[in-house]
Ligand binder design. Structure first.
Ligand SMILES: [Zn+2]
Length: 359
């Protein structure tokens, strides 16, 4: 059975009332605090005792605005004024420590015989002697230890609190093919939002045992951070050799016709790379005399073609950088042996690839 002593709801530290007596009016007399009929020590004043009990109930704070606070003492607590001086009365801080450590021994000044002290503090005489390592006939020292208390202190505080939480902003990234690949431009700086929370908090001896969020309202929307990220594959304006092969046929008139590019002889399956950065505009298979082939638009007037491929490794629309793998060489279409056929076109006019790369 829990015992309740109506001490009244404490509303704020400046208007503490204790029973019918106002703390402010009380003289600075020491008091004895008795919890569940057991003395827990002497405190320098009634106000210090009461403040200690309240602080124990609500400490530590959330950093929140407390709208309403109700403190309930689930033990029978008596605070008795005492006339004697030199009681080694505790101050508020010491008393809080004492309240937090009710299950340990503590030191008090003695006045009478062992029998009288046991009676005075409501403790068992045998326990008292045992703890002080004395026998019944031994003189009582100036300070004696009181035995372990069996008090189960439970000061309950219920608070209605309000506090603000930070709502972190999100980062939004937008691809932008007008910006060079990898370049980032901050379009809008992010700003955190604020959420206002109303909650009920319940504490026992200052320790939070319940935290119930009753409402959470977004009072300031977070603002997304917006960043543009460049995806444009800038052409370097120069071409590298698209595969490792020997020049087997140059650009120009051939066999009464016109050879539109150069042939680089290489085994089937040799890696083919983009001669410069750009966008894949064609990736065709079994396309007549070219066989499987790829076109790249370099965005600067130049396009390149890679033909007779055995395997295409890119898709139309894909952006590539100079040197990116795009295909494997082969012998598809009208071809007299494994090689890569490579064309360079400037503003729609074929150019000799060897003007651009070293065969
Ligand atoms: Zn060719």
């Amino acid at each position: 059975m829990k015992k309740y002593l109506a001490l009244g709801a404490l509303t704020c530290s400046l208007c503490i009332s204790f029973g019918s007596q106002s703390i402010q009016a009380a003289k600075e007399k020491p008091v004895e605090v008795v919890i569940d009929n057991q003395s827990v020590g002497f405190v320098e004043s009634k106000e210090a005792a009461h403040r200690a009990l309240k602080e124990l109930a609500i400490f530590p704070k959330l950093g929140a605005k407390v709208e309403k606070e109700i403190i309930t003492f689930n033990n029978k607590i008596e605070v008795k004024e005492v006339e004697e001086e030199n009681l080694a009365a505790m101050n508020k801080k010491d008393f809080i420590h004492r309240l937090k450590n009710l299950s340990t021994t503590y030191l008090v000044k003695s006045k009478g015989s062992w029998q009288e002290e046991a009676q005075r503090y409501g403790v068992d005489l045998v326990d008292l002697l045992h703890i002080n390592q004395k026998k019944k006939g031994d003189p009582v020292p100036e300070k004696i230890y009181l035995p372990v208390s069996s008090i189960d202190l439970a000061i309950e505080a219920k608070e209605q609190v309000q506090y603000d939480l930070t709502v972190p902003y999100k980062s939004q990234k937008i691809e932008d093919n007008s910006l060079p690949k990898g370049k980032e431009v901050l379009v809008q700086a992010g700003k955190n939002g604020i959420e206002r929370v109303d909650a009920k908090v319940r504490r026992i001896n200052g320790e939070k045992v319940e935290h119930l969020i009753e409402s959470a309202e977004l009072i300031q929307e977070p603002v997304n951070e917006i960043i543009r990220i460049g995806t444009k594959q800038a052409a370097s304006g120069t071409f590298i050799k698209p595969t490792n092969g020997r020049l087997s046929s140059p650009f120009g008139p051939r066999w009464g016709g016109f050879h539109r590019g150069i042939d680089l002889a290489c085994p089937i399956g040799t890696q083919v790379v983009a001669a410069d950065g750009g966008t894949i505009t064609r990736a065709r298979t079994h396309a007549g005399s070219y066989g499987n082939y790829i076109d790249i638009d370099h965005g600067n007037g130049y396009t390149t073609r890679y033909a007779h491929l055995s395997l295409i490794e890119v898709q139309v629309g894909q952006k590539v950088s100079q040197g990116d793998p795009i295909a494997k060489s082969g012998n598809t279409g009208r071809s007299t042996g494994p090689h890569l056929h490579f064309e360079v076109c400037n503003q729609g006019q074929l150019e000799d690839p060897l003007k651009h790369i070293q065969g």
